[in-house]
Design a protein around this ligand. Structure first.
Ligand code: NAG
Length: 370
């Protein structure tokens, strides 16, 4: 009698233990699913590129030589800066690992997001042939969506795609190129400006719709930066002041038009949500008042040649170029790209800044929204 009861007790104990283990396991896996960081899919140009361009097959196109990467990675890391770029910081704040470039060989886990951004990318496909423009990035995105569905199943893929944040920084190269192509024929005609802007905004709309149709709902946009203050623009236009007026004015008009487009989409597309980080003002303020942000030099680039080091010769083996010894003193690392120190400041503002710089919410609040 006693023996039987002991055996029953042991049996009972084993059952409860097994149930407990199952429960524990279940609660662990479900809480993991709930606590998992929101995935981030990144699109855009060299300011957001984390190595994509290295795999585009064009040598020298992808920040692959010294001095790129020297401050943080201690080697070139496919980033157009001395260290990390904005998405590196944002991913970190969001509890994600570095977002790897979609073309990285062997990459096949997309559940935390991936980076499609590539140096030189434009919205308009004719502008810079041979680059991974925004249309091509969207093409890769659609391939990824298919793979993701095969890997994790339709419903989990849909859950990931609808909770993800889609981070964009694009358009600066389109406007830069417009000035480059017409630099002997300035000012640009109103007709050309209107036409270009319509096409850029039209194509951006198309791509946003594509992501929306795959379930994407949360978009975080960086507006077009102060391209008139870029050392490369000033070098090209032989401008000597802090910022060239004409590109600044055009980009301002674009940014205002884009903000009202995003606002309209919110009414047209149920569930569509967005934020815009005002990169334009952030860069502009740092060019004008660098010392307030800890920059001793906010006009001349750390690396390059010619006036403002605005010649795009940095890293090009066949050119001679100079490199500063302390990139932390500089806003610009090369003729068109900011230093890691500046990138961290931009990322901090976008992540946690007030409505004067990122609206209607900052990225931290936005990511936590359902
Ligand atoms: C997209 O850009 C192309 C030029 O690259 C243009 O022909 C087309 O009209 C644009 N699409 C939209 C919807 O604006």
């Amino acid at each position: 009698m006693a023996r039987r009861s002991t055996r029953n007790n042991i049996l009972l104990f084993q059952i409860t233990l097994a149930q407990y283990a199952i429960l524990l396991l279940y609660s662990l896996t479900t809480s993991n699913a709930q606590d998992r960081a929101t995935p981030m899919f990144v699109f855009g140009d060299s300011l957001f590129d984390t190595g994509m361009t290295l795999f585009n097959g064009v040598e020298g196109a992808g920040a692959e030589f010294w001095p790129y990467g020297e401050s943080y990675f201690l080697r070139p890391a496919g980033r157009y800066s001395d260290g990390r770029v904005i998405p590196d910081f944002l991913a970190h704040y969001a509890g994600l690992p570095f977002l790897r470039p979609y073309l990285l060989p062997g990459l096949d886990d997309y559940t935390q997001g991936v980076n499609f951004a590539s140096a030189s990318a434009c919205v308009l496909v004719e502008t810079r042939p041979g680059t991974i423009n925004l249309a091509e990035q969207l093409y890769y995105f659609e391939l990824m969506v298919q793979r993701l569905k095969e890997q994790v199943g339709e419903s989990e893929a849909n859950r990931l795609l609808s909770t993800a944040v889609y981070l964009f920084n694009v358009g600066g190269n389109d406007y830069f190129s417009l000035f480059e192509e017409n630099r002997r024929d300035l000012p640009l005609s109103q007709r050309l400006k209107d036409h270009s802007m319509d096409q850029i905004l039209g194509n951006l709309t198309t791509h946003i719709y594509t992501i929306y149709h795959h379930g994407g709902r949360k978009f975080a946009f960086v507006n077009v930066g102060s391209i008139g203050c870029m050392p490369a623009m000033k070098f090209m236009l032989h401008h000597n002041g802090a910022c060239a007026e004409e590109p600044q004015e055009l980009v301002k008009v674009h940014n205002a038009a884009f903000a009202s487009l995003a606002n309209r989409l919110q009414y047209r597309l149920p569930g569509f949500k967005y934020i815009i980080y005002d990169m334009f003002s952030s860069v502009h303020n740092r060019v004008l008042y660098g010392y307030r942000y800890g920059f001793k030099e906010s006009e001349v680039a750390c690396c390059g040649s010619g006036p403002f080091n605005g010649g795009f010769s940095c890293q090009k083996q066949e050119h001679s170029f100079s490199v500063c010894s302390n990139p932390n003193d500089y806003l610009w690392f090369d003729a068109g790209h900011t230093t890691e120190k500046a990138n961290e400041q931009f990322a901090k503002e976008m992540w946690g800044g007030g409505p004067d710089i990122v609206a209607p919410y900052n990225l931290q609040t936005f990511m936590a929204m359902k």
